[in-house]
Design a protein around this ligand. Sequence first.
Ligand code: ZN
Length: 405
Amino acid sequence: MRSFKSIWLLVGVFFFGIVWVVWAATWVGFWGGQSLYPGTERYEKGRWEKPPICYEFLDTAAKSWTDLERQVARAAIREWHLRLGTLRESTDPQCVGRESDIVLLWAADDFFQDDDFNRDGMRLWLSGAAAAYIPIRVAPPLNWEPCPDLQRANKLNRCSVAVFRVRELQHWFVDPTPESDEEFDLQMVSLCGVPKKLLKAKPGGPAFSKQDFYTLVLHEFGHALGLIHSGGCDRNLFTPSPPTDPKDDDGSVMWEGVLRERREFPHETPAPHLSWSERRHLTESDEMFLFGPGGLYCPDLTVRTLNVKATGPTHGLWTLIVDASVQNVGNIPAGPFAVTVTRNDQLILEKEFESLEPGASKRILATEIVGAGLHLIAIRVDSRDQVTECDEGNNVASRLVRLGE
Ligand SMILES: [Zn+2]
């Protein structure tokens, strides 16, 4: 009777644990599980699986891209590229002949409207937006799936587009020198109660009282890569207090207001000062959901094959031949890293690699002369633990070989 009770207790603890994990993951904002949010199931993990990620500047009837605008946008996208290493423009040989994953385009006011585009009684609220990212597969802003609506209304013929509003251009600072921040000064501000430095436009300078186009592109591109808003000081998108409180600003590029329910865009109270008279660069809080455990992008080194052959014996000795391959099965490049081959925990070979592209593999060959007995051959990739991987548990493979007797 007693053991019967304790089984039920165990079952209860088990289920309570599961429920708690799912609940916590849903409301605390576990980005790796975006699909837990109702209505966003088809978005999976919200990340691009196949590198490179190709982006394209598309000229529309509303407006063509000027050279300077492209230059500023490229500089902003480069910040993400420096972290991910997988972003390529559509003109890059790796992207030619492929449909672009992310398209950047301009649209007029007729696109930025509050409308029930597909007459299903649910409105999209776009009129207040200066720019918007319309997701497909990747990066739904929470519970907001405007793509099918806009397609049915012939407002867009494809999704995964970052749309910039032509009329807003007059309020924007399009930096002629996007590689440097000389129009801004570092100023001490309080962010989440901690004094930090932010780039503020020099009074009377060209960026003053304007919205920084560079920061705007950086922000929208973050959505295109799979990020939703940072959630402010407590990293929770549902608890701004009050909604437009600048005290909830964590200084990140992806900080902005609050989201509540499906398509309630006005409730995503835009942060009144984000990128106005200021410039932002990527911060730790922008990166934390991009990389690391539960992140959207990570390398993943693994042992793909391991073959061990023995030839001999000659004068009682065998030649062991280890032929193995290691692969990066993640979605961004890995490196540098080392690979070791050991026999009975003794090092036979250590090899260093500068980097390994996603999907690529490297061959490892090692030989050793051994006597009779049991030999445990093990290969370990990232043996010095230099790479932060999606999965740290798949780095070792081994074979046991018995020789003689
Ligand atoms: Zn946003």
